[in-house]
Structures are given as structure tokens and as C-alpha cells.
Design a protein around this ligand. Sequence first.
Ligand SMILES: [Fe+2]
Ligand SMILES: [Fe+2]
Length: 278
Amino acid sequence: MIKEPTSLLNVRTSGQWHEHYLRNAAQRLEVPWGHREIEHRAGLSPGEKKAIGSSLQAWQLGETSDGRHLLAAAGRYARRQQDPLFVEVVRLFIREEQRHGSELGKFLDLEGIPRISKDWGDTLFRAIRYALPSMEIWATVVIMVETLALVFYKAVRDATSSPVLRRICDQILRDEVHHIRFQYERLAILLRRRPRILLRATYGLHRVLFSGTALAVWVGHRRALRAGGLTFRTYWRAAWLRMGYAWIRMDPARYCWAEPGATRGAAVALATDPPAVP
Ligand SMILES: [Fe+2]
Ligand SMILES: [Fe+2]
């Protein structure tokens, strides 16, 4: 059951996000790479390799974007908002995603699973982001993929006994919770002046897009998800529960806004942290 926030929230400033990404980079979990070399059991069993190998290849590719298009969109947005630090925050965010890609890549290399350079899901979502290069489209697509990443990496973690892969998944899961918060706060900011009726239409479109994305992830990765103990029903429920949480938190009406003309004008500075994400 999702607990709805009972009091108004505040979005984090770019300065707070900058601090978060720097702190997070310095506090990473240690991946026990040595185990893989000492003891073969630390790697994937043949059954695990068959169940999750191709999905790991696809998600590894998805985590390795160079972020050029995103940085360009963030630069335009930051100039309009007169928030130059935002570009630096996005740069740190991209670096964190690239770290996911490089750790998964290193794991694939150790397991003798080739890295891939093309995947239909990755191509599709890059195409959507590149065709409509606005911060809103970008954050919307990314929050959906990251929500599904929470379900996927939790399933992969449960599907393997490899301490190396489990630790990589732990770190990704930890990071993605904050990434989702980064996106829903940005969406709340971007949507804060949208009239209620258009907001409802926006959420309607989100639901259509999320249905398609969640279905595509199931179709493409059902073997890995099943290996992690999920059925279509439990996968679907977990995906919508997590996205439901993000929708609640991206609603601008739940935030204090310092400027007039926003959904709820309240003379509160955007300085304090919202409650921690569970
Ligand atoms: Fe990631
Ligand atoms: Fe992410």
C-alpha cells in the first residue's frame, strides 16, 4: 500500500542534488570482484546464464548512453531556468548511469557473455527521447524505464547466487531510487503551471505509455523476470505500484512553490528535503 504524503513537499534544489550525487559516488558498495577469480561459484551457473544472460546484455547497453542529447536538452532548460548548476547535476547523473553500464559490462566480460551494440528496446526508447528532446519527455520516458528497472534488477538479484552480480544489482537499486526521485521532482517543477484538466490528460497519456513500456519489458525479459520469481501478475502489480508512487510524487499540487502562479502558491523556500523515499 502506498502511503500518500500528508503534508506539502519541497523539491530539492540543484545544489542539493549536486551534493547527493557527489556523496553517492563516494559511498559506493564494494563489489566482491575477487570472488569471481578465486571461486567459480561466484559466477553464473549455466541455468542462470540461460535465464538472465540476454537480458543483462540488453540492460547493459541501455545503461551506457553518452548522454549527449540529454546534456543538450538540460543546457537549454538550465538557461531558461537560470539554473546553470542543473547541467552539472545531469552530468553526474549520466556518470552514475555509465557506472551501472561499466560494472554490468565488466561482469558480462568475466562471464564470457558478449556485449551487444543494438537492442530493439534500447533503439525504441532512444528514438522517442531524441525525436522529442524536451526535459519533460526525457524525464517521463526515463522515470518509466527506471521504475521498471527497480522490478527488473530486483528479479535479477533474486535469480542469481553470484555475489558479484547481486552486489551490482544492490548498488543499481540504491541509485535508481534516487534517480526516480530526481525525475519526479523535475516533472513536478515542469508541470506546476499546467491547468488541472491538462494535467489529467498528461497522466492519461502517461498511463498509455507506461502500459506499453511495461508490456515491452515483460515480453523482452520474461525469462529473467520469471527466474527472479515473478509471474506476469506479480510483475504487473509491482510495476504499477512503483509507478503509482512516482505519479503521486510528481503531482505539483503536493509541493510548496515559492513563486506565484504555480499550482499552490505558498511562500516557502525550496530548501528542505522531502521525506525519504521508502
Ligand atoms: Fe541505471
Ligand atoms: Fe537510473
